[in-house]
Design a protein around this ligand. Sequence first.
Ligand code: PTJ
Length: 257
Amino acid sequence: MGVRLKIPKNHVRAASLMVRERLIEGEEKNVVAKSGLIAHGRGEAFDYLIGEETTPAALFATRAAAAALLLASRPVISVNGNAAALVPGEMVRLSDSVPAPLEVNLFYRSRDRELAVKEALVAAGAKQVLGVGRAASARIPELFSERRKVDPRGIHSADVVLVPLEDGDRTMALKRMGKFVIAIDLNPLSRTAQTADITIVDNIIRALPNLVSAVNELKCQDRSALRGMLESFVNRKNLSSMLIHIRNRLSRLAEEQ
Ligand code: PTJ
């Protein structure tokens, strides 16, 4: 067990430090991969550039994602270590609200980690978790990482898949299988962000509660209204808005120096 950090509440970076502590704790429990800590650092850097807040473009993508999940015939929520450590309760709430099953899908897959991620979801209230052990018996073609192992009842037969903090290869492989992919990724330039049908460029910590609220709000809309929302969303345009947001913010900050 590593040294626990006592974070003073008035520390300027208290919220960010607490998130780090959750990930470190997750790593100690085998939920988070060591690489997940590195991935978080990359995410933090982009969040810093974005301004650590949800932009209008990110909110637009979140609402389009909610519409896609509600319109889907077989939506599935893919869960990795970082997501299970940071937003387990919101993952379960989203799964209940859509409804859409939760499936464990790990880049660094081991029996211990599968069970640890499942346990984190069950502790947060999940009644069923797909993709654990022999249940991940189907394969994503042309994908050679452990992420290729999927549940035939889940990702394998899904039409819409939500993939938080994903690697580019699987996003591309899912697209080749004809799936509609929704990604959550703070890096608007990552292969995942560029390949997905909808990319929510926001911190998963803010994006997931927003997505749950959007699903609950849009649930009562008729399908044609949801389809209209989806049709008005163009991922390339939204990613471009995010890059322009970063550029403008950096220009402003540079002028203030
Ligand atoms: O739990 P596992 O075994 O499935 O492994 C998970 C990681 C994250 C280690 C694995 O998927 C991985 O290596 O991912 P990458 O290729 O490093 O990509 C992670 C992406 O997520 C990067 O583009 C980061 O900017 C982004 N990211 C990191 N933290 C957050 C984030 N996006 C949204 N919210 C975050 N908190």
